[in-house]
Design a protein around this ligand. Structure first.
Ligand code: CO
Length: 160
């Protein structure tokens, strides 16, 4: 009798764990963000060394204090970001890395609010409330301390 109820209890626990594990919160990798002092200069090696022609025009995103351009690749993008305005959040990063450096990695999620609650429940520090990012969908950033020094961006998959 005891064994039966123990088995039932364990069964319930394992079922709950499997359900959590089987739900993929994190989708495809979308882009690698690289902070640079000049997008126009940073685009050049992608064109001249790799011969890539599919690169978007630089655009300003004043709300986030950056300008950006995407180098389009078959499986994702390189996002080049340059400071926009005096209070750009990447000024400090570029002071430490004057020639530019990898700044963040971005993964897609279906629902940003669900993803935020999920990673926070797992102990992550989310740096901002969901806001519109360079792809026109909601994004959040996770503190680098949670990922051995790497800033992580989560973005809702664009629906087109
Ligand atoms: Co990004």
């Amino acid at each position: 009798m005891f064994m039966t109820s123990l088995k039932q209890a364990l069964g319930k626990i394992f079922k709950a764990e499997t359900m959590t594990a089987s739900k993929n919160i994190i989708g495809p990798m979308n882009h690698v963000g690289i902070a640079v002092p000049s997008i126009v200069e940073a685009i050049k090696p992608y064109q001249e060394i790799f011969g890539i022609t599919d690169i978007t025009e630089p655009k300003a995103l004043p709300a986030q204090g950056v300008s950006y351009a995407f180098v389009n690749l078959p499986t994702g993008q390189v996002e080049l970001i340059e400071p926009y305005g005096e209070s750009s959040p990447i000024h400090k990063f570029l002071q430490k890395n004057p020639k530019g450096a990898q700044h963040h990695v971005c993964f897609e999620v279906e629902d940003i609010h669900e993803a935020k609650a999920f990673v926070e429940a797992n102990g992550a520090t989310v740096l901002n409330e969901p806001r519109i990012g360079a792809h026109g969908t909601l994004v959040i950033f996770i503190h680098p301390k949670n990922f051995t020094g790497t800033l992580i961006e989560l973005m809702e998959t664009p629906k087109h």
